[in-house]
Design a protein around this ligand. Structure first.
Ligand code: ADP
Ligand code: G6P
Length: 484
């Protein structure tokens, strides 16, 4: 284990998804960068902080030599795999985390609870706790991430205690935490909250999510919450705070300077000469409001017949969680609506919608962000939404306009620099697009500068600060626990 800035204090990061996902191709293992905001926001840490990152490698590996190969290849990137058999991983990841917990965290109703996936969720959290408790040394800061591992702080603290080890535990939730009554829809609501309350510090993306969590602790468990940002429960004091996650804007600036990316931008600009480009980049997930986006764009085209050949929406829908039935159904629904929109609005000169259901390389993503006059993000709920940050990072020349759903966590901070709207209101969305197209250069510049300052201020350096801040806060509780 390597040390952080304090040589005596080590850092372990834990998340379900590792920064690299492993695939078996022709009998060998290949790794590729994982997608998603959690990995994006934490990847910057590699540049300045030393740590080990524990997580599930994304596939079952049974053979011991294969396991050693995977461990070696991930080890080069600080990553340590926790191997799970495929049925268990499936029930934990698809069954409970993504079919039950994710929808509840994002205010989706109609979720059906099932005990099998819940037991798998518990078991996987136990396996994570066992693996980490074996290797962590006393004094290590263990920083757990996201909804797949909400039981882990409690299980881990128990295992560490059995082994006579004392570690501080931080937890960051990268999704919203729902208000009041909604969390009660989940029959195992108390277990998950109690699991989290064995952390020393729990981080959220916004004050709203943090306060929802605190209120739930009070109403569900009778925890004492009179002191701001503190929860007292069963003789433990747990701190909560807001940590704004961000991106590495310099990575985009550098990419845009590469000759091949400049050439790509030039060719796209020529292709779309005289046409206003709207870009959307989303994992194909209900929470991204893709159905709503297409309906809103349809309404915009209905309202603006004269703009049919003058505006194009390029929508990248990154395949996600494809083993979950609801995600498969969503893909069918989206491609049907996309076909209908083009059927209705296409002319011999072209189609107004380019729907790409695949992952695109990073350089292509940066080029698309750069040539777009508008970025349209329509999340029905979203922990933060880092695509909005990435678009801003690529707009130094054009000062493009961010049209951002009021339900993305990012809207809490970016409202003044963007055009907010309600994603279920197609009229409002159509008007927001029209407004974005008509903003004068001065107003675009003002909005862009506001967003640029926010994105540049809340970079990976701040996420680096998060564990350091956590260290400071946690040192106190660690010392108390150790009797120091
Ligand atoms: P979420 O975490 O819900 O997916 P975010 O907008 O916060 O939503 O983060 C999505 C992240 O995934 C962004 O950083 C985006 O650049 C990244 N991403 C998008 N497409 C790809 C891709 N093809 N490969 C890797 N990362 C991608
Ligand atoms: C969101 C979640 C992350 C998750 C990411 C991608 O950002 O908060 O925990 O990793 O989506 O989803 P996936 O299911 O592919 O890991």
């Amino acid at each position: 284990m390597e040390s952080t800035s304090d040589p005596k204090r080590n850092l372990i990061i834990v998340s379900n998804r590792l920064p690299l996902s492993i695939k078996r191709v022709d009998g060998t293992f290949q790794s590729s960068l994982s997608s998603g905001g959690l990995v994006t926001s934490l990847s910057g840490l590699c540049k300045s902080t030393q740590f080990q990152w524990f997580g599930w490698p994304g596939l079952e590996v049974k053979d011991s030599q294969d396991r050693a190969d995977v461990e070696k290849s991930l080890g080069e990137h600080h990553a340590v795999p926790i191997f799970l058999d495929s049925d268990l991983a499936h029930e934990h990841y698809n069954g409970f985390s993504n079919r039950i917990l994710w929808p509840i965290l994002h205010y989706q109703s109609g979720v059906i609870f099932d005990d099998g996936p819940w037991q798998a969720y518990r078991r996987v959290n136990e396996l994570f706790a066992n693996s980490i408790a074996d290797v962590a040394e006393s004094g290590t800061l263990i920083w757990v991430h996201d909804y797949h591992l909400m039981l882990l702080p409690e299980l881990l603290r128990n295992r560490l205690h059995e082994k006579g080890k004392h570690c501080a535990i931080g937890f960051s939730l990268h999704t919203p935490f729902p208000a009041g009554d909604f969390w009660r829809n989940l029959p195992v609501r108390k277990h998950l909250i109690e699991g989290l309350l064995s952390s020393d510090l729990i981080g959220f993306h916004t004050d709203e999510y943090k306060q929802n969590f605190i209120d739930t602790c009070a109403s569900l468990l009778g925890a004492r919450t009179e002191i701001p940002n503190q929860i007292q429960y069963r003789n433990r004091l747990v701190c909560t705070d807001k940590f704004i996650v961000g991106i590495d804007p310099q990575k985009f600036t550098d990419t845009l300077q590469k000759p091949e990316v400049r050439a790509r931008i030039k060719s796209l600009e020529e292709r779309y000469k005289g046409v206003k480009v709207i870009v959307g980049v989303d994992r194909l997930d209900h929470i991204k409001g893709l159905t709503q986006k297409l309906k809103g764009f349809d309404a915009f085209l209905d309202d603006n017949h004269d703009l049919r050949n003058k505006v194009v929406l390029i929508q990248v829908a990154v395949p996600s969680r494809e083993d979950v039935k609801e995600y498969q159904e969503l893909e069918t629904e989206i491609s049907t609506i996309a076909g209908k929109i083009n059927g209705k609005h296409a002319t011999p000169e072209g189609t107004p919608l380019l729907y790409m259901h695949r992952s695109v390389p990073f350089t292509e993503l940066a080029a698309l962000y750069s040539i777009a006059d508008i970025c349209l993000l329509t999340s029905t709920r979203d922990g933060m939404n880092l695509v909005s940050f990435e678009y801003v990072a690529c707009q130094a020349q054009r000062h493009g306009v961010l049209v951002l759903s009021e339900f993305a966590g990012a809207a809490t901070f970016m409202c003044d620099g963007s055009i907010p709207f309600h994603p279920a209101n197609t009229t409002e969305m159509s008007e927001a697009i029209t407004k974005a197209l008509n903003l004068d250069a001065g107003e675009r510049k003002r909005k862009y500068e506001y967003l640029r300052d926010f994105v540049n201020k809340n970079t990976r350096q701040d996420i680096e600060c998060a564990p350091k801040t956590a260290c400071i806060v946690l040192t106190g509780s660690l010392q108390r626990e150790m009797g120091g």
